[in-house]
Every structure is written in structure tokens, then in C-alpha cells.
Design a protein. Structure first.
Length: 131
């Protein structure tokens, strides 16, 4: 749990701007899988343990994401016109990212690009779109 939390917090400290916050956090979660392949290996070799672990850390990690992302997500279409809370959006982002860890993909960067391309995350900030 600390590995993911430390990665996203460090990424936001390095690039604190709200205009890039969602991108920075999503890419930091992706980078954990690339820089710590043992995380993916544990999930592959011990799926029961891995899924139990992900379920345990899920609520706390959603809270961490909400703390980091709420200011940036507050101006998105999802919150302004679709009625979603920032917590719900953080949960959705985390569920998508965790699915890539449980059901491995060739390139985790594809997952972060897909998350960032979600229209509900768009607003007047062009950086939320793929550039």
C-alpha cells in the first residue's frame, strides 16, 4: 500500500499543478507496475493473496486519491454536469487501474492513456486529453 501511496504523493509534490494533476497521479500509478514488476508477479503467482490485498487497501487508497485529485476533478464534466462526486471518480480511476494489475496488459501506459481519454474527465483543461 505504501508503495502506491508514496508514488502518487511524490509525483504530485514534483508536479503540483492542478492542470496536470490527474495525469500525474494516473501515470504514477502506472509507473509503480513498470518499476516494481514484483507487484504484477505476486498477483500472477498468488492471485488470491493479491486480490485480498487489493481489496484491503482499496478504501484507504481511494481516500488518498480523493485528497490529491478532488481539486482537479471538481471542474470536470463528471462533477459539474453528471452528478458524480470526486470520490466516485477516484474510485472509478482506481478500479480501472487495479483491473490492469489483476488482468495484465502488454503496456500499462495504454491503461493510463485510456483513463485520461475518458470524456467525463474533460473540462476546459486541455492537458486532461491525450496530447
Amino acid at each position: 500500500e505504501r508503495l502506491f501511496e508514496e508514488a502518487v504523493v511524490a509525483a504530485v509534490e514534483e508536479r503540483p499543478g492542478l492542470d496536470v494533476r490527474v495525469r500525474v497521479v494516473v501515470e504514477a500509478m502506472t509507473d509503480v507496475g513498470r518499476t516494481h514488476p514484483e507487484v504484477l508477479q505476486v498477483l500472477a503467482l498468488e492471485p488470491g493473496f493479491g486480490v485480498d490485498f487489493l481489496q484491503q487497501i482499496f478504501p484507504d487508497f481511494v481516500a488518498v486519491l480523493e485528497e490529491l485529485l478532488a481539486p482537479a476533478l471538481a471542474t470536470t464534466r463528471a462533477t459539474r454536469s453528471m452528478g458524480l462526486t470526486t470520490g466516485q471518480i477516484c474510485e472509478l480511476i482506481l478500479r480501472i487501474m487495479m483491473s490492469a494489475y489483476v488482468l495484465p496488459t502488454r503496456d500499462l501506459a495504454d491503461v493510463s492513456r485510456a483513463i485520461l481519454a475518458l470524456p467525463c474527465l474533460a473540462e476546459a483543461t486541455p492537458d486532461l486529453y491525450l496530447v
